[in-house]
Write a protein that binds this ligand. Structure first.
Ligand SMILES: *[C@@H]1O[C@H](CO)[C@@H](O)[C@H](O)[C@H]1NC(C)=O
Ligand SMILES: *[C@@H]1O[C@H](CO)[C@@H](O)[C@H](O)[C@H]1NC(C)=O
Length: 139
């Protein structure tokens, strides 16, 4: 279930659930709503299965539209700054610690707080990549 956690995290950030262990139909729905809102906001067309692709870190997300959609979603939940795309380490650690041991949340935030990239969309993508490389922390 570890692949499911990132979306669960995004959902968790909204305070909807305190458990990151499951990716329920309800969570999927919320994640979809976030993606839909961002699609409208950005005026772009996302693949219908964007949320699934995000969850699985599908290689096809390595494009401008998807990266900016990630940034939009992350900014909405407070992971990244809406203007700069820079990780807000405090928010990241705080919200992740709601469904995980605090030490793990802190460890993850330390590893992934320096999200580099030329644009804010690149930075959001970098955070997403870092998550997929380091998600075993939460096992
Ligand atoms: C992180 O987000 C919190 C809550 O929105 C805010 O108070 C804080 O100033 C932010 N920190 C940075 C470095 O942007
Ligand atoms: C964690 O992510 C960083 C940054 O992307 C990467 O350099 C590192 O190899 C990852 N660590 C693990 C254990 O995967």
């Amino acid at each position: 279930m570890q692949n499911l956690r990132f979306v669960s995290v995004a959902v968790l950030l909204l305070g909807i659930t305190s458990s990151m262990a499951f990716f329920t139909a309800e969570q999927q729905e919320i994640a979809k709503n976030l993606a839909d809102a961002c699609q409208k906001e950005l005026g772009v067309e996302l693949p219908a299965d964007f949320v699934t692709k995000m969850r699985l870190a599908d290689p096809s997300l390595d494009n401008e539209v998807s990266k900016c959609a990630l940034q939009c979603i992350f900014a909405k939940v407070g992971f990244t700054d809406a203007e700069t795309g820079v990780v807000n380490r405090t928010v990241l650690a705080q919200k992740l610690s709601k469904g995980n041991p605090v030490e793990k949340a802190e460890q993850f935030a330390d590893l992934c707080a320096n999200n580099e990239g030329e644009s804010k969309c690149d930075k959001a993508f970098s955070l997403h990549q870092c998550y997929h490389k380091n998600k075993s922390i939460f096992n």
